[in-house]
Design a protein around this ligand. Structure first.
Ligand code: DWN
Length: 408
């Protein structure tokens, strides 16, 4: 029960029970998957909310990794804006600059950097997504980002002006190695920008499905500040994002003279008001997770007992936590549709619900559709209005368990 970052004693918070690999979609119904106990804990010393243990990285990030950033139009636009309005203004001399992305996935972000004629490099351990990046002309190394990888990049390409990471730093168990490697690769005036699902939003919305094997940490301003401080880095700015159900973008520098934006102080203050520094807050969260679980199960069982058909929309990493924690299978949720070709024809990890194409769902609409990608609600509802308007009702569980019938 030691903190993975500072080694202090942690307090155990949630126990979601046995869980499979969140993105380990099964090729066959007959396969039995690996499982581990999904337990969270909180460190009062460095304020890090974290998993008690995580499966080996190779079990999660490998040749079959099925999550592709470009599946969401809104996320594609979000990364376009990140490049246009945040990264480009930091670049002084285009010709001499170098941008590195940690967890470059299918190259959605780096393609925009490349199109601006700026030297770039992605680092990602998963072949499946790297091949997609390659098809966009994005350069990458297939590796985990760590001291060893950085030493090779530095030798071959030199230091970076900007290092960027989106929804990936919380996946990395050894934060000390990660931040020191970033510091090593950055030029002295370089900037590290990373954004992650935000702990404050998870607590407020009781979005416990943000907790799964890949998300080793849920960061807050206070925890990132402590990590930086202890490694002689400086967190000098933050920006709230409305992606992935509420995220925070952090700006970090090697330069200790950097002026700290008041947003950091205000963000910290808001977290004190939310009680993100207190164990009690997380014990209350645990109670609310259990209440939400029971409410969600009751709703699904009630719909089934009334002979309604229920299916799911989007086979997300998050849905692996919800389905396994709530012990729901294909008797409860007949199928889940998803736009990712690599997921269609597979089965959900642990609960073995068949995954079908979005087109199949549109041709066979159920009475109720559980919105597992609730973080993409606006995009999905706008898109599906044309196909499903008047035919289905949505079931939501974030922020509240509810039925959305008046959505047309
Ligand atoms: O950190 C992570 C986050 C950012 O992304 C990862 N570890 C993995 C992944 O988590 P997720 O699977 O919960 O992410 P999403 O973005 O909520 O999943 C979207 C899923 O929904 C994809 O499988 C594609 C699908 N989808 C769809 O079928 N129709 C998405 C959209 C927008 C759609 O219109």
């Amino acid at each position: 029960m030691k903190c993975k970052f500072c080694n202090s004693k942690c307090t155990l918070i949630n126990n979601f029970g046995e869980m499979p690999i969140a993105n380990g979609f099964l090729e066959s119904h007959a396969i039995d998957n690996y499982s581990f106990e999904l337990v969270t804990m909180f460190c009062e010393m460095c304020k890090l909310f974290q998993l008690f243990k995580q499966p080996l990285p190779e079990l999660m990030f490998n040749d079959r990794y099925p999550f592709f950033t470009g599946q969401s139009e809104r996320m594609t636009k979000h990364f376009e804006d990140l490049v246009e309005f945040t990264i480009l203004p930091l670049i002084k001399e285009k010709e001499k600059s170098f941008v590195v992305e940690i967890g470059s996935n299918d190259g959605t972000l780096l393609q925009k950097v490349k199109n601006r004629g700026i030297r770039h490099l992605g680092v990602d351990p998963s072949k499946s997504v790297n091949l997609e990046a390659e098809s966009k002309g994005v350069s990458y190394v297939q590796a985990f980002f760590n001291a060893q990888t950085v030493s090779k990049i530095k030798k071959e390409y030199g230091q970076a002006d900007v290092i960027v990471a989106a929804n990936v730093i919380c996946h990395v168990p050894d934060l000390k190695d990660l931040f020191l490697s970033v510091s090593e690769l950055l030029k002295s005036d370089g900037i590290f920008i990373f954004e992650e699902p935000y702990l404050g939003d998870m607590i407020e919305k009781v979005s416990f499905d943000q907790i799964y094997d890949e998300h080793y940490y849920m960061f807050s301003v206070m925890s990132v500040q402590r990590i930086c401080e202890s490694l002689n880095l400086i967190l000098f700015d933050i920006e709230q994002q409305n992606t992935h159900g509420g995220s925070m973008r952090y700006f970090v520098s090697n330069n200790n003279n950097k002026v700290i934006n008041t947003r950091v102080i205000d963000g910290y203050q808001k977290e004190l008001e939310l009680g993100l520094d207190l164990v009690l807050t997380y014990l209350n969260f645990k109670k609310k997770c259990e209440e939400k679980k029971n409410k969600f199960i009751s709703l699904i069982k009630k719909l089934k007992s009334e002979k309604f058909s229920v299916a799911g929309y989007a086979a997300t990493s998050k849905s692996t936590t919800v389905l396994n924690y709530c012990n729901l299978n294909d008797n409860d949720i007949t199928y889940i549709c998803d736009s990712t070709p690599q997921k269609v024809g597979r089965f959900t990890p642990g609960t073995k619900i068949p995954i079908v194409s979005t087109e199949f769902m549109r041709n066979n609409p159920p009475d109720f559709l559980v919105l597992f990608a609730w973080n993409h609600e606006l995009e999905i509802l706008n898109k599906e209005r044309e196909f499903l308007g008047g035919k289905i009702k949505w079931v939501k569980y974030v922020p509240e368990v509810e039925i959305l019938d008046n959505w047309i």
